[in-house]
Design a protein around this ligand. Structure first.
Ligand SMILES: Cc1ncc(COP(=O)(O)O)c(C=O)c1O
Length: 452
């Protein structure tokens, strides 16, 4: 079996560029001997062999080979930023480009025209949405704009939009822009950026003047998971509509849009859905609202009889009315393939592994990172976090650079956060072990260097 940690920390094929990188390598020998037991939710051995055993017992382990992750020394813990390429997607894109575009040309529109709704239904199966409520289109930002405007129009007389200070920038900016255009008030919840949203704070922020509440289900920085059912109910009690951002949720945590009585949702597809850079996003409009809402961008792809080229706009029935212009066909096909792969693995199995991966990382972090000045910036309770784990460290940005030199790809988030993304289909327990061991070695060396 491939041993990523050994490759990374002891590799001889690519010399570490810095003293910290060299130290990461030399510390591997020590790390391999660490057989300590730490206590936590379960007994976890710090030895690498323990991670190997977890990999050997992992029922989802075979899915990693379904991706073009061909560099054996790479530890890729950034799939929550850009997911890797599934082999099935490569084949599908080749077919879309060579056959459907290259040979059949415009005749392919016969079946391309339904693709956004078909891919949407596949994403709907992943998010607990019955068919006909999810559409793949545009990007998350544009979908947020369309749905937020539609929601405000559906609540005339109410002029407050609620979001939180730690929501993703694009979400806050779009809502700020809509509020400015319409003379509405944007009410900002102040959220603990490590522990996430408190339903009580949402309850305190909404009133009879609230039209829309727009929040992220899994926080992009901390990974904190919001209580979708409880918050949606609070918002409904105030008579407002609820719009969830699922960018960090789909493929990481089970989502039950219909069961939680959600009104509206958006999400991207290039993270855990593995549809590739710039792949279109999705939107969900509950069947309760689908015929009532009117979206603000009146494009020809949402026109009732598109090819009649009529003089006036007459919106299509169903979720198709939330289309704008020509969709990206390769991108949408990649979303359909990505969703198929996740459906095959199953949201529950993915959640089980995801929780085990994040718990394992936190156990290793307790033993190796917290004593060195890292602080967990993600909820400790596994039921309150999504698929990534974040640590606070004053030199987080530099740590991410040094890890990258050791072929361990993680992510930095302002102001001082080191983010480990652990998508369950592609992350090995040995990857987690290698990343935490290397982080520890780098911090120790950096500390020594600062005292030279
Ligand atoms: C939580 C969240 N919301 C919104 C976005 C913006 O998505 P897009 O670039 O598709 O508009 C991102 C992008 O990473 C995100 O993480």
């Amino acid at each position: 079996m491939d041993q990523p940690g050994n490759h990374i920390l002891l590799r001889g094929n690519r010399p570490a560029a810095t003293a910290a990188g060299r130290a990461a390598a030399s510390d591997a020998a020590k790390a391999l001997a660490w057989g300590d037991i730490v206590s936590g939710m379960s007994q976890v051995s710090l030895a690498r062999e323990y991670a190997e055993k977890l990999d050997a017992d992992d029922p989802l382990a075979g899915f990693r080979d379904r991706f073009t992750l061909d560099d054996p020394s790479l530890v890729y813990l950034n799939g929550n930023s850009l997911g890797p390429l599934p082999r099935a997607t490569l084949r599908r894109l080749e077919e879309v480009i060579r056959q459907e575009w290259g040979t059949a040309l415009a005749r392919s529109w016969d079946h391309w025209v339904d693709l956004p709704a078909r891919a949407g239904d596949a994403v709907g199966r992943l998010t607990g949405a019955a068919p006909g409520q999810v559409l793949v289109a545009d990007n998350t930002t544009v979908n947020l704009y369309k749905l937020a405007c539609a929601a405000l129009d559906a609540r005339p007389g109410r002029r407050v939009i609620v979001t939180d200070q730690d929501n993703f920038p694009s979400d806050r900016y779009v809502l700020e822009g809509i509020a400015a255009q319409r003379g509405a008030e944007l009410r900002m919840l102040s959220t603990d950026i490590d522990q996430g949203l408190d339903p009580g704070a949402v309850r305190a922020a909404v009133d009879e003047d609230t039209a829309l509440v727009s929040l992220s289900h899994v926080a992009y920085r901390s990974g904190a998971l919001a209580d979708m059912a409880a918050i949606t109910e609070i918002v409904h009690q105030a008579g407002a509509l609820m719009l969830w951002d699922l960018c960090h949720s789909v493929g990481a945590v089970p989502v039950e849009l219909d069961r939680c009585d959600v009104d509206l949702a958006v999400g991207c597809t290039y993270k855990y859905l593995n549809a590739g850079p710039g792949a279109p996003a999705f939107l969900y409009v509950s069947a309760r609202l689908r015929e009532v809402l009117r979206q603000p961008i009146w494009g020809w792809f949402s026109q009732h009889d598109q090819f009649a080229m009529g003089p006036r706009y007459d919106p299509a029935a169903g979720v198709a009315k939330f289309m704008t212009g020509t969709p990206s066909i390769p991108g949408t096909a990649a979303v359909e393939e990505g969703a198929r792969l996740l459906l095959e693995a199953g949201p529950d199995a993915m959640r089980t592994k995801s929780q085990q991966l994040t718990s394992y990382l936190i156990e290793l972090g307790d033993a190796w990172l917290e004593p060195l000045g890292c602080a967990l910036a993600t909820p400790r309770d596994g039921s309150r976090r999504g698929g990534h784990v974040t640590y606070r460290h004053p030199r987080a940005e530099r740590l991410v650079e040094l890890l990258a030199e050791a072929n361990i790809v993680t992510d930095y988030r302002t102001p001082d956060r080191l983010r480990f993304g652990l998508p369950p289909l592609t992350t090995r327990y040995t990857d987690v072990w290698a990343a935490v061991a290397a982080t520890r070695a780098i911090i120790e060396t950096e500390h020594c260097e600062s005292h030279d």
